[in-house]
Design a protein. Structure first.
Length: 95
């Protein structure tokens, strides 16, 4: 049994929605995308994975903030923008 098999479908969908919302927020507020563009980027980054997908939910090992910062600033964002390593208070307020 994999770690993702311990989730119910409702738990997976809740996590997926939460991460999509966070990713879209970062892409809009830090990446300069429109709400529609940010929503589309979130759907692309966090596609629905069927229950039997071998690595379902693996993307959740890092939060949306991290994945969005990688998309916006690249692999070196932690070095080039150390102020962005930790999520902002506004981002954390989304939860």
């Amino acid at each position: 049994m994999t770690w993702s098999e311990t989730w119910s479908e409702a738990e997976y969908l809740d996590c997926l929605q939460t991460e999509r919302r966070g990713y879209a927020w970062v892409m809009q507020h830090h990446g300069g995308l429109t709400p529609a563009e940010a929503g589309a980027a979130a759907l692309e980054r966090y596609p629905y994975e069927p229950h039997d997908a071998p690595y379902r939910g693996l993307i959740f090992h890092d939060e949306a903030w991290h994945w969005a910062m990688l998309a916006i600033h690249g692999d070196q964002y932690v070095v080039e923008h150390p102020e962005l390593v930790h999520p902002s208070a506004d981002y954390q307020a989304l939860e």
